[in-house]
Design a binder for this molecule. Structure first.
Ligand code: BGC
Ligand code: BGC
Length: 834
């Protein structure tokens, strides 16, 4: 409380958003005058929220409020994940909203077929309006991350991720995408999408940068209104469920893209002016277009977590900016507020959030709020205001009169999911998002000849779709899970064959008949949220295999076109040098033909479509953006561009991986980690393994190299007898609370020649150790074991300060190799938590 600093006229003349500058001009520092993390709402631009609740509807919601018990009111403030709350829970606790996390789905099945989603929607809805135990029966609403199409659902149209749309510079297209996405959501019965992401990333090492349209706030702002209108309809429109609309959510408020070093959920230690002029800008058009909800960020501003920042949520967003919808938190983000836990956080409500996203913590949150409300610790006026905001949004949506999900327009119309009309929009978006960085007269390709298509991810729809696609991280999928979709390869093949030529798919670039030209695809693999954070802007060296293919083809005089699949601009000078033409495809999604539309010309060799994409952010010159841009924001060639001389770019060696979730790979621990062998009794008898062959524990262990993925990519441990521990130790204790909260696992890839008598994996922290048995049976191949972090935490590991997060202890004679140790979700064998 009392967080509002009052400034009268002292600060008159400080730049406000009108005529916004995007530069970081720190001259007008208001912050020195105040506490850190406290905003000055009066300095922010004013907007007008155009949504008015008609008198009769307002009377209706106020009447409901008057009849609701305290239990019912508190229930409305809580959102539960379907993973962890049954329809009966929704009925009993009057829960206001459900969500499905990226790795959840109906009946515990992330890959559940579309009809099951609709059936599930009915079950929860019917439970919510069941008045068996009395009460008013407020219908529940279901939120989903439909962030690039209704992207959790098998068969949906998958649009390019936002960074690609940013390249397209086409707000009308954005509105069409919003409208198509809304329709596809309605087919499976949800009412609410956690989109659009209106982040303005300033550091592309951030693993969520691709979820944002651009690093330029003006470009982002130019899209937001269009996307909100596409999803919700024009701002004055009501009764969305009687139409083909859903409610939207702009996220993540505020400055999720402004954190230091691009660390996910980190701290934006920036001035209030930057906060306002860069990160705040897109909220203007969102509010002017009547966005129904805003999601707060996991991150903090000047050390204060957003969900607990009253000056920003209540003062700026709801006050000065006039936002009239409701504010929802992010996934257990309330637990990160100072003084809060996942199970208890009245402060978030007091500071202005209206709904808690409490996926698996809904019950303790509900009980805690109820207890405190009864004790008079939370002002009733704040509770009523939050409930009213939620009820008004529900009323605008039309959920009070819409009936059960399956009875509404579009529900169950399976042919709308991935319909040809929607795929055509996505294909257009792919065409318009492609950015041409180099063309030495090779493109467009003539379709009549022989085309070789090589590289990685060429025929892999999951790879070209990125994270937040069917599964949370976009991993664990194959082409069969994308019915109706087209890979880049298939699109190219069709176009070439239609023009009378032939195409050959050859990932390693080998061929029997000499091709006339080659396309080599390469780039990033899917990731989401913090798992995509990187230490530098270099493409991980273990993804650069196709560079060699490019060089070999070129050495044979075959023209090479490089196509990069990526969520961000990266240092890839070797590929830029090696190829004759270079195209950035971003994360195009399910309609791979869009690439062929632009790359493959007509029979006369003329382009069928020209390049339109312009870089939505600058391209780095080196692995560090601090060294400046190779290509500036807005760069992009087309078929009209005059020919350019190519000056070879400097090439530097880059790390095998920049992913700080990979601790051991290619035979080496990552930087700041050590690989150690000891007897499990402290460091006295310890050997640090740097080179091989090596021995440890007086000859009881021999360490050698063996192949995994790459030559000598694993370390083999041959143990003659006794107790042996192989450990990874970090220089600094690491905090894995966030990963643990998201069901991430410790992944050990190992091969066993001789099984030990017993083996266990432990995680050592400053405040405690957790251990779990691992059955290391002999196999003739490497196996990726998954140890849930949740389990290690349950067993006592101090998850927020781990010094040796990985220790493998064996007893007896044994012989095994370790290929990789990292965090992730893609285990082959998940160890039971016994
Ligand atoms: C993400 C949000 C997402 C939510 C629900 C969070 O972890 O940060 O963007 O909407 O989960 O899946
Ligand atoms: C994500 C969810 C996901 C979950 C995995 C969260 O951080 O936002 O969408 O399902 O982690 O448990």
């Amino acid at each position: 409380m009392g967080q509002f600093a009052v400034f009268g006229g002292i600060l008159a003349g400080v730049t406000t958003l009108a005529g916004a500058q995007t530069t970081t001009d720190a001259t007008a520092s208001t912050d020195t005058l105040s506490e850190r993390g406290v905003a000055h709402p009066e300095l922010w631009p004013k907007y007008h929220y155009p949504v008015v609740t008609p008198m009769d509807e307002e009377r209706h919601v106020e009447d409901l409020l008057a009849r609701m018990t305290l239990e019912e009111k508190i229930g409305q403030l809580v959102q539960a994940d379907i993973c962890c709350a049954t329809p009966d829970d929704i009925r009993k606790y009057h829960i206001g909203s459900i969500l499905v996390g990226g790795s959840d789905g109906p009946n515990g099945n992330d890959f559940a077929p579309a009809p099951e989603w609709l059936k599930t929607a009915d079950a929860y809805y019917l439970a919510s309006v069941d008045k068996r135990d009395g009460g008013v029966g407020i219908p529940v609403i279901w939120g989903i991350d439909a962030v690039h199409g209704n992207s959790n659902i098998i068969g949906a149209t998958i649009f390019p991720h936002n960074i690609g749309l940013g390249a397209a510079r086409n707000p009308e297209l954005i509105e069409k995408i919003g409208a198509a996405t809304a329709q596809e959501i309605r087919v499976t019965g949800q009412e609410w999408t956690f989109a659009p992401t209106v982040t303005v990333p300033q550091d592309y090492r951030w693993g969520r940068a691709y979820e944002g349209y651009s690093s330029d706030p003006k470009l982002v702002a130019s899209y937001v209104g269009a996307m909100v209108r596409g999803l919700q309809g024009p701002p004055g429109q009501r009764d969305l469920l009687a139409r083909d609309k859903v409610i939207a959510s702009t996220k993540h408020f505020l400055a999720d893209g402004g954190t230091k070093n691009g660390v996910d959920q980190g701290d934006a230690d920036i001035s209030e002016q930057e906060l306002r002029d860069i990160h705040g800008l897109p909220y203007g058009p969102a509010i002017e277009n009547g966005v129904a909800t805003v999601m707060t960020s996991f991150s903090s501003w000047q050390g204060v977590k957003m969900a607990g920042n009253k000056s920003l949520v209540t003062g700026v967003l709801k006050g000065q900016m006039d936002f009239g919808g409701f504010v929802v938190t992010d996934w257990n983000a309330h637990g990160q507020i100072k003084g809060c836990t996942n199970d208890s956080c009245p402060k978030a409500l007091e500071d202005g959030i209206d709904m808690y996203m409490a996926p698996n913590t809904w019950k303790p949150i509900y009980e805690d709020l109820l207890k405190r409300a009864k004790a008079g610790e939370i002002p009733m006026s704040r509770i009523d205001d939050a409930v009213l905001r939620i009820l008004r949004v529900k009323s605008r949506l039309g959920v009070f009169t819409a009936g059960k999900p399956s009875s509404r327009p579009l529900s169950g119309k399976w042919d709308i999911l991935g319909s040809p009309a929607h795929r055509a929009i996505a294909r257009e978006a792919v065409r318009e998002s492609l950015v041409l960085l180099k063309n030495q007269g090779v493109l467009p390709l003539k379709p009549g000849g022989r085309l070789l298509v090589a590289g990685e991810g060429t025929d892999d729809i999951a790879r070209q779709s990125g994270g937040w696609t069917i599964s949370w991280q976009g991993t664990g999928l194959d082409n069969s899970m994308f019915p109706g979709a087209t890979s880049l390869w298939t699109g190219l093949k069709h176009a070439v064959e239609a023009g009378g030529g032939t195409a050959q798919l050859s990932p390693d670039g080998s061929f029997t008949q000499r091709p006339d030209a080659a396309i080599v695809v390469f780039g990033e693999k899917p990731y989401a949220e913090f798992q995509g954070d990187r230490a530098t802007l270099a493409l991980d060296a273990d993804l650069t295999g196709p560079y060699k293919t490019m060089a070999e083809l070129k050495a044979q005089g075959i023209p090479v076109v490089a196509v990069m699949i990526t969520g961000r601009p990266l240092y890839v000078n070797q590929a830029l040098n090696a190829a004759d033409a270079f195209v950035v495809a971003w994360l195009p999604g399910s309609e791979g033909e869009g690439l062929a539309d632009v790359l493959i010309g007509d029979a006369q060799g003329h382009a069928r479509y020209d390049f339109k994409g312009k870089l939505p952010t600058a391209w780095p010159k080196t692995p560090s953006m601090a060294d400046g841009a190779l290509y500036p924001y807005g760069y992009g060639l087309n078929y009209e561009s005059p020919p350019q001389a190519w000056k070879p770019l400097p090439e530097v060696k880059t790390a095998i991986t920049n992913d700080n979730h990979v601790w051991f790979t290619a035979g080496q621990p990552a930087s700041s980690w050590s690989l150690l062998v000891n007897d499990g009794n402290g460091t006295a008898n310890e050997t640090r393994i740097t080179t091989v062959p090596a021995t440890a524990l007086g000859g009881r262990v021999t360490i050698s190299a063996t192949d995994y993925k790459v030559q000598e990519g694993a370390r083999r441990f041959s143990v003659s007898n006794g107790l042996v521990a192989v450990a990874l130790r970090n220089f600094n204790a690491i905090d894995l609370r966030r990963e643990t909260n998201a069901k991430v696992m410790l992944l050990l890839t190992a091969r066993v020649w001789q099984a030990p008598e017993s083996a266990e994996i432990s995680s050592v922290g400053t405040g405690g150790t957790g251990a779990i048995q691992i059955p290391l049976d002999a196999t003739d191949h490497f196996v990726r074991y998954g140890i849930p972090l949740e389990c290690l935490a349950q067993k006592g590991a101090d998850i927020q300060a781990l010094t040796e997060p990985f220790v493998l202890t064996t007893t007896g004679k044994t012989d095994f190799a370790i290929g990789e140790i990292r965090l992730g979700t893609d285990a082959e064998k998940v160890l039971p938590c016994k």
